[in-house]
Design a protein around this ligand. Structure first.
Ligand SMILES: *Cc1c(COP(=O)(O)O)cnc(C)c1O
Length: 389
């Protein structure tokens, strides 16, 4: 830990744990201590650690070819893109290396779409308060958190913020310059707030009416976490642009922005956008294998079956402890609001007791386990959490 602090820029207050290996829903530190993982590397490791078929696919690809650049075609990129389109119902994919880059691409595609339509270079985007879209300057500009933004101003211009789940508040921010509305169907970092049906469907109608692009950030809530492949599918709403990352590669750094046909035909063309690594065969082999394993292991069905049990267990805790005031969430993306006690202290105690849980916002315990958890894992989590209280 001292060596890391000496060498790595101190931008994280890390927990005093050095992780070495993982197996299923469990992680082990250098001393061999076991942790039940309800964080999944921040909603990344959906398939659990040490999945043999996934690991083998990556090993095979390492021996074949790791990188090509986008000057050439490669098969893993092609297959990963086809599977992502099939899963999302959308039309064209651009692969990135992270979530924040997927957001950057989505913003550029939206601005280009609007520019092609009216030639103006002064377009606006509406984002939500308490949103999180990433740390690069464009993504930070649409992140509704003053604390993250303040030291890095000026950010990109033309961003307006509205209240999540309040359609009137969005309408108030619309001008003739609005080119896109961006939001997470379930807000993650901001505190686990699912969008209401009326809100998301209302936004879709508003966007259709005014030729505004709807950008849905599925980086955290997508890839099966809420029980459908992408959270919007449960709302019967289709985005014009979707961003994905986190569980997309289950640990290999990869993201994507995905466009519907209308947006793909009227936005980015050669010369507009690029990346050296994006679409890299190693990362895309991971994506491709993740989609296969989701089908083979019936991950969506499992999430739909197991999530109500997690909800029930968390509801029981909220019922039992006065300082837990509310549970909210969707599928295996759950938050419990803590009142009058620092969330950080509970998390530290949980770590001592061999359990990883995350925080979200300032007062929410966040549960985003690998999607393969069982009822026994949930029971063990609740027991360890109670001991930590
Ligand atoms: C994590 C996250 C991002 C940023 O992804 P990075 O890979 O960390 O750049 C963007 N949007 C949402 C909703 C996220 O949860």
């Amino acid at each position: 830990m001292d060596r890391a602090e000496n060498a790595v820029l101190h931008t994280y207050n890390r927990f005093p744990v050095v992780l070495e290996r993982g197996e299923g829903v469990r992680l082990y530190d250098l001393d061999g201590k076991e942790y039940l993982d309800f964080g999944a590397g921040i909603a990344v490791f959906a398939l659990g650690y040490g999945n043999k078929a996934y690991n083998q696919a990556l090993k095979d690809q390492v021996d074949k070819l790791i990188h090509t650049s986008n000057l050439f075609y490669n098969m893993p990129m092609t297959e990963a893109a086809e599977k992502l389109l099939k899963a999302s119902g959308l039309s064209k994919v651009f692969f990135t290396n992270s979530g924040t880059e997927a957001i950057e691409g989505a913003i550029k595609a939206a601005r280009k779409y609007a520019w092609l339509r009216d030639g103006s270079t002064d377009h606006e985007i509406i984002a939500m308060k308490h949103s999180f879209h990433g740390r690069s300057l464009g993504a930070l500009s649409v992140t509704g958190n003053a604390h993250y933004q303040e030291p890095f101003k000026p950010l990109i211009g033309g961003i307006r913020f509205a209240d999540f789940n309040d359609l009137d508040s969005v309408k108030e921010q619309i001008t003739e310059k609005t080119c896109a509305i961006i939001l997470e169907p379930v807000q993650g970092e901001g505190g686990i707030y699912p969008a209401s049906r009326e809100f998301l469907q209302g936004l879709r109608s508003l966007c259709d009416e005014k030729d505004i692009l709807l950008i849905l950030d599925e980086i955290q809530c997508g890839m099966g976490r809420t029980g459908s492949m992408f959270a919007y599918q449960d709302y019967e709403v289709e985005p014009d642009i979707m961003t994905t990352a986190k569980a997309l590669g289950c640990g290999v750094p990869v993201g994507a922005f995905v466009l519907n046909e209308k947006t793909a035909q009227n936005s980015l063309v050669p010369g507009d956008h690029g990346t050296t690594y994006g679409g890299n065969p190693l990362a895309c082999r991971a994506v491709s294998k993740v989609f296969d394993l989701f089908e083979e292991e019936k991950i969506l069905e499992h999430v739909q079956k197991i999530a109500p049990y997690l909800e029930k267990k968390l509801d029981e805790l909220v019922e039992k402890y006065d300082f837990l005031t509310e549970r909210r969430g969707k599928g295996l993306m759950q938050g419990v609001v803590v009142s009058g006690r620092p969330v950080g202290e509970i998390i530290n105690k949980a770590i001592e007791n061999g359990l990883f849980v995350l925080s979200a916002g300032t007062d929410v315990l966040r549960f985003v386990p690998p999607l393969i958890i069982t009822e026994a894992d949930i029971d063990e989590m609740a027991e360890k959490l109670e001991r930590s209280f």
